[in-house]
Write a protein that binds this ligand. Sequence first.
Ligand code: APR
Length: 170
Amino acid sequence: MAGRPQAVAGDITRLSVDAIVNAANESLLGGGGVDGAIHRAAGPELLAHCQTLGGCPTGQAKITPGFRLPARHVIHAVGPVWHGGDRGEPDLLASCYRHCFRLAREHGLRSLAFPAISCGVYGYPHAAAAHIAVAECRHALEDNPDLEQVLLVAFDEAMANVLRQAISAA
Ligand code: APR
């Protein structure tokens, strides 16, 4: 559907898109969740490369090669930890998506897949995060004619339904 992201359920490390987004932390040195899965699938060269990047502030993102992943690139985005919503979390989450789309434009990427940034360990409420993700995806799809496919990847059906509801409500 033109101008809208698509919700899919599955393992983001298996998607052969131009870039998959990683829900990283400020060190960019790996972790659990999707960060751990991406580093395991990409292989040790990813960590070695990330060690040269000097970290990344919350709300921003940095791009690396995908190494052994089917995806050509990984965009490492650092989402906010949820503290109740009055510490700028919504703006920081939206900023993550905008930085990812800016990197996609700079690198001429046509297909992008996001996990549910901040919705795991970082505790962000799922429906609120999905609403922000969909809004930012729609803006990016309107602004960047080269962007052909944006996937919002859920690791389980419950999250996939939350994403689908956010997309149809937009
Ligand atoms: N594919 C797609 N989605 C996944 C995968 C996967 N292989 N593994 C986990 N997820 C989903 C989780 O179910 C959750 O919905 O990614 C979403 C984000 O959860 P986390 O990975 O916990 O990320 P986040 O909440 O942003 O916390 C980031 O966790 O792993 C550490 O280093 C990371 O410190 C950082 C923090």
